[in-house]
Design a protein around this ligand. Structure first.
Ligand code: BYC
Length: 336
């Protein structure tokens, strides 16, 4: 799926087999030294193939998550309860689109093309965050996505600002600033609803009940079942493990839930003074893998929407390319 060359279709004919270059011990040693010194690897630096492949995997999955993540909330733009909420939501969904674009650009610096990444998404080969395969049933879901989903995303993404790959780390700095606004707007919308009618309060509690466990699963499988973690951490791509981030998220969210006046739907959730953390109940990992493997409640709908948007946008891409070709031709004529 991932190649070093631009615009080479996957599985195309004739097949060009990449010949792995012999690893130069000096290059490897220089790379290791940068990683050990907590430095940055830049696009033109030598890097091991496996490092490049891991980054393309993670960054492209992240980009797809942002783009697919526009859909559950985008669904509520036309039904936002006020002009103010609508404007905020439009801005937030646009931000997610922007994050996807920075991230596709960061992945392109590793030698994969945007067409390849879109093809992987549209054909169902690529992963994106499990969380976006659940429906948004009420307006409270929009607030809960901001508070909990963006809250979980920030927890995961702040350490990525220190990722060893320069373009990814730099993209994450801006993404995190925007995610922080997203989290606050969600929390503020929920605070408003919690000062409203009993029906509004019940709507918030219902949304929290439906999203809580799915947000805990967002951090990925337990460390013991996470095949990519050890190497990702050795390379300074991942800085904090899936379980440690999940614990930080629970600890940060419990007091926020108290201020909001909602209950988190976990009878086993309690402060453990000895550990200095909250204990919490078991996550349904069977459900998580079902969703990751394409069998969640909205997987098919999400992919179909993205594919339709891609097909409907074909004329825009064609027009932009035709315009670029004309400009190039004109510039060449003027130079001649
Ligand atoms: N969903 O070995 P592991 C957002 C996969 S968007 C689906 O722990 P790794 C937002 C994982 O890919 C936020 N798949 O992997 C947007 C791997 O499969 P492959 C998205 C998951 O990479 C709009 C396998 O399980 N954030 O914030 O070390 C609106 C084993 O896992 C998930 C990012 O993408 C999942 N939840 O760690 C609102 C952050 N979890 O690839 C908000 C960047 C795991 O081997 N990504 N898998 O086939 C990461 O930090 C890491 O890739 C992960 C997983 C922590 C997600």
């Amino acid at each position: 799926m991932y190649t070093q060359s631009f615009n080479v279709p996957d599985g195309g004919t004739p097949t060009l087999q990449a010949v792995p270059a012999p690893v130069d011990a000096d290059l490897q040693a220089r790379f290791d030294a940068v990683i050990d010194a907590d430095g940055k690897i830049e696009p033109r630096d030598w890097m091991p193939d496996a490092y490049r492949k891991t980054l393309v995997r993670q960054i492209s999955q992240h980009a797809h998550s942002e783009i697919v993540g526009m859909l559950p909330e985008g669904n509520w733009i036309s039904r936002a309860p006020s002009l103010k909420r609508k404007t905020i939501l439009v801005a937030k969904v646009q931000d997610e689109g922007g994050h996807g674009l920075y991230l596709y650009s960061a992945a392109e610096t590793l030698g994969t093309s945007r067409d390849q990444m879109f093809d992987a998404l549209h054909s169902g080969r690529a992963k994106y965050s499990s969380i976006f395969n659940y429906p948004t049933l009420t307006w409270a879901d929009v607030g809960v996505i901001g508070w909990l989903v963006d809250g979980a995303a920030i927890m995961n993404q702040i350490p990525l600002c220190r990722c060893s790959y320069g373009p990814y780390a730099r993209a994450m700095i801006r993404v995190c600033k925007e995610e922080s606004f997203h989290q606050r707007q969600g929390y503020e919308a929920l605070l408003t609803m919690m000062q409203g009618t009993p029906e509004q309060k019940a709507m918030v509690q219902d949304a929290v009940n439906r999203w809580w466990w799915k947000c805990l699963a967002m951090f990925g499988p337990p460390d013991t079942d996470s095949p990519n973690s050890v190497q990702g951490m050795r390379w300074g791509i991942k800085r904090i493990s899936n379980d440690d981030l999940r614990q930080k998220f629970v600890d940060a969210t419990v007091p926020q839930a108290e201020v909001l006046g909602v209950t988190l739907p976990d009878p086993d959730l309690k402060w453990n003074a000895e550990r200095g953390h909250h204990d919490f109940g078991a996550i349904d990992w069977d459900e998580f893998w079902q969703v990751v493997n394409g069998n969640g409640p909205c997987n098919q709908e999400r992919l179909a929407t993205r594919v339709k948007a891609w097909e409907d946008g074909a004329w825009v891409r064609e027009a932009a390319l035709a315009h670029a070709r004309k400009q190039e031709q004109r510039a060449r004529q003027e130079a001649a």
